[in-house]
Design a binder for this molecule. Structure first.
Ligand code: 13P
Length: 334
């Protein structure tokens, strides 16, 4: 049994409290590789932002659970080496689907876990979330649960249709489960194809997706004042990255994300954690495709992974500073 505190990690409780009060959101970036981890840490240190590094079940299968855990421990040491004396780094399980998986992560040093029972009947979702909370809280590990279903595909999580969170359920759910934060469904979805072109309106040659259901978000905020809310599926799928991918041999059709203005607006509310994975994948792929197309003789992975890491770092910094507003929000800076 390893406690996250011994690894220099923190849970989400204090940072969420400050984010809700301060009207900004903490970035939750998924990682699978060393380059993603390095880019996340460099961006967080440069902007003096707290950060959530999250690992999905797919990431655990790809990179190995133990390796990812040591990478998070390494992330804390790396942040200090880069000059950040008191980094606030959370190691979070994204979309845990069983009690056993959550327990396994808690036992190996995660500081936060998500138990996603959103696809289950309501009472089963409550029971599963409560079981995870009861275990996690013994070790001061924070728990995110979910109400409502997001559409889209991400690693092993997929749903054909979304179901918005029902505001009338949130008080009962948060009280009975004791969860520390609640992921809600208000129109975001996983992946790089969040909307079909038919769902969008063409404005000045750009496809604009339907707005998020801010009325539902505000109703939830009214019912649970100050309670930390989480938005999954919040990549904005930047067109310049999609165009670079397509220009250099890729084929991404109708890739559409959440406009950044809407995420900026959500960050000012009780939404205090915003999940971004696809944008990192796009930034990495675009840089690698461009580099290899322009340097066909290169075969040393460092030659193409270095620009990929730079491009991800640029994207993470942009999200932190221009979208979520978490720059300069380390406890030691405030
Ligand atoms: P995106 O696919 O929009 O990046 O969402 C990631 C996510 O919600 C991880 O849980």
């Amino acid at each position: 049994m390893v406690n996250y505190k011994d690894l220099g990690l923190v849970n989400t409780r204090e940072m969420f409290k400050r984010a809700v009060a301060g009207g900004y959101a903490i970035p939750a970036f998924n990682f699978n590789t060393m380059e993603q981890m390095q880019a996340i840490v460099m961006a967080a240190v440069e902007t003096k932002s707290p950060v959530i590094m999250q690992v999905s079940k797919g990431a655990r299968n790809y990179a190995n659970a133990t390796i990812l855990r040591y990478m998070a421990e390494g992330a804390v040491a790396y942040a200090k080496e880069l000059g950040c004396e008191h980094p606030e780094i959370v190691l979070h399980l994204d979309h845990g689907d069983t009690f056993e998986l959550c327990k396994d992560c808690i036992d190996m040093g995660f500081s936060s876990v998500m138990i996603d029972g959103s696809h289950l009947p309501y009472e089963e979702n409550v029971a599963l979330a409560k079981k995870v909370v009861d275990y996690a809280h013994q070790f001061d590990v924070t728990v995110e649960a979910e109400l409502g279903v997001l559409a889209g595909v991400e690693d092993e999580v997929s749903a054909a249709e979304s179901h918005y969170t029902k505001p009338e359920e949130v008080i009962d759910f948060s009280t009975r489960t004791g969860c520390d934060s609640l992921a809600i469904s208000i129109g975001t979805s996983h992946g790089a194809h969040k909307f079909t072109p038919e769902q969008c309106t063409l404005v000045n040659g750009v496809l604009v997706p339907p707005p998020l259901a801010f009325d539902i978000l505000h109703e939830i905020e009214t019912k649970l004042p100050g309670f930390p809310i989480v938005l999954h599926g919040s990549s904005s799928v930047p067109m310049d990255e999609v165009n670079t991918i397509n220009q250099f041999g890729g084929h991404l059709e109708a890739a559409i994300g959440i406009p950044e203005e809407q995420l900026r607006e959500a960050s000012k509310s009780a939404v205090c954690k915003i999940n971004i994975d696809s944008d990192s994948r796009l930034a990495m792929t675009a840089a690698i495709r461009k580099h290899l197309a322009e340097h066909p003789g290169d075969f040393d992975p460092r030659q193409y992974l270095k620009p990929a890491r730079e491009n991800m770092k640029k994207m993470y910094i942009h999200k932190i500073v221009n979208v979520l507003g978490s720059d300069g929000k380390l406890a030691c800076c405030e």
